[in-house]
Design a protein around this ligand. Structure first.
Ligand code: FAD
Length: 321
C-alpha cells in the first residue's frame, strides 16, 4: 500500500486534534506515516499509535524548531524524495500552508489548500473537496503533477482510532543556510482561557454586533462556560475591538464545525456562514425575526440576547446542579 506522509501538528508533544483527523483521512488513501518534528515524541506516541500511524519519522535536528518554516519544508522535501509517498497531508493552518507552498515548489508538485474532504479517486490518488467563495461553490480537484500535497481544514473528518504498531525511524536531514535566515528569538504561551480550542470545540457560542460592547461579551463567555464550549465572534464584533481576532469565525477567521453552534446577535452574513455552516446543530438568538441567520437555525429565539443569554446560562447551570 502506498505511504501517505502526515506532518504532525503538536505543541511539545501534545498532538492537536487536526492531526488525528489527517491520520484518519490518510488511512483512506494508503498507509499513514507520521512526520514528527521537534521534541516531545514520547508524549505524542500514544496518540499517533491510536490513530493508525504505521510509521513515524522522527526529525529531531534543533534547527527545525529554532527557525521559521523554511527548514521544515526542506526536511519534508528530503524525506519525500527518499520515500516517494503517494500524498503529503498538512494542517490548513498559516504555518501548514506556508510549509506546503514551499514544499510544492521544491518537489515540483501540485498543491491543494483548505481542503474540507478527501477521498480516493478511481486510480487511488486523492480527490479533494474545497468550499470556495464563502461556501457558495464546492470544488473537486485532483493533483495532476508530482506528489499531491494537501492542506486540510480542521473538522474535515471525524477522527477514528485504528491502533497500529508504528515503525520508528530517525530521519537525518540537512538544512541549508538559506533556510535558517529567520531565527525564532522568543516564544510566549498564549494566555490560557480554560476553554477548548475554538476549531476543535464540540460547542461554540459566538457573539456579534448585537452583543453591544466588550463588557457584554461576558454574557457569551458565561454561556460558553456553562456549556463547556469555546467562544467565537463575528467580524463586526472583532472589528469593534470587543473580542480578539483569534476568535473570529468566518471566511477571514476560523472555520468551526461543532456539534452545537450558538449565534447570539449575529445577522448571518455569507462570510460568517462560511465559517460555521457545517455545524451539526445551530441555535440562534436575535431580536430581528427577519435576520438571515434564522434560515439556517435548528432552534431560534427571537429576543434580546441580554435577557435570553443570561436566562439560558442560569437554567443550564441549575440543571447541572
Ligand atoms: C471579504 C470579507 C470577509 C469577511 N469575513 C468575515 C468573517 O470571517 N466573519 C464574519 O463574521 N464576518 C465577515 N465579514 C463581514 C460580514 O459581511 C458581516 O459584516 C458580519 O458578519 C456582520 O457581523 P454581525 O452579524 O455581528 O453584525 P450585523 O450584521 O450588524 O448583525 C447584528 C445582528 O444582531 C442583532 N441584534 C442587535 N442587537 C441585538 C440584541 N440586543 N439581541 C439580539 N440580537 C441583536 C441584529 O438584529 C442583527 O441581526 C466579511 C466581509 C467581507 C467583505
Amino acid at each position: 500500500m502506498s505511504e501517505i506522509l502526515v506532518l504532525v501538528d503538536h505543541v511539545d508533544g501534545v498532538v492537536r486534534k487536526t492531526t488525528t483527523e489527517l491520520l484518519t483521512i490518510a488511512r483512506r488513501l494508503g498507509e499513514p506515516s507520521a512526520v514528527f518534528v521537534g521534541s516531545g515524541y514520547e508524549q505524542a506516541k500514544d496518540t499517533l499509535v491510536a490513530f493508525g500511524a504505521q510509521k513515524v519519522y522522527l526529525l529531531e535536528e534543533p534547527e527545525l524548531t529554532e527557525h521559521l518554516v523554511a527548514p521544515k519544508a526542506e526536511a519534508l522535501a528530503q524525506l519525500a524524495e527518499r520515500c516517494q509517498p503517494a500524498a503529503i497531508l498538512l494542517t490548513s493552518s498559516p504555518e501548514g500552508k506556508e510549509i506546503a507552498g514551499r514544499l510544492a515548489i521544491k518537489l515540483s508538485s501540485g498543491l491543494v489548500t483548505d481542503v474540507v474532504d478527501v477521498v480516493p479517486g478511481p486510480d487511488g490518488s486523492p480527490v479533494t473537496t474545497q468550499s470556495v467563495f464563502a461556501g457558495n461553490y464546492t470544488v473537486q480537484a485532483r493533483v495532476t503533477r508530482g506528489t499531491p500535497i494537501l492542506t486540510v481544514k480542521p473538522n474535515a473528518a471525524t477522527p477514528e482510532t485504528a491502533p497500529a504498531q508504528p515503525v520508528e525511524e530517525k530521519a537525518a536531514v540537512t538544512i541549508s543556510d538559506a533556510a535558517k535566515a529567520a531565527r525564532i528569538v522568543e516564544r510566549a504561551p498564549r494566555t490560557q482561557t480554560g476553554r477548548p480550542e475554538l476549531t476543535e470545540a464540540a460547542i461554540v457560542v459566538s457573539g456579534g454586533r448585537g452583543v453591544g460592547s466588550a463588557d457584554s461579551f461576558a454574557l457569551i463567555e458565561g454561556l460558553a462556560d456553562a456549556l463547556g464550549g469555546a467562544v467565537g465572534a463575528s467580524r463586526a464584533a472583532v472589528d469593534s475591538g470587543w473580542y480578539p481576532h483569534a476568535y473570529q469565525v468566518g471566511q477571514t477567521g476560523k472555520t468551526v464545525s461543532p456539534q452545537l453552534y450558538v449565534a447570539a446577535g449575529i445577522s448571518g452574513a455569507i462570510q460568517h456562514r462560511a465559517g460555521m455552516q457545517t455545524s451539526k446543530t445551530i441555535a440562534v438568538v436575535n431580536k430581528d425575526p427577519e435576520a438571515p441567520i434564522f434560515e439556517m437555525a435548528d432552534f431560534g429565539v427571537v429576543g434580546d440576547l441580554h435577557k435570553v443569554v443570561p436566562q439560558a446560562t442560569e437554567e443550564i447551570n441549575q440543571r447541572k446542579g
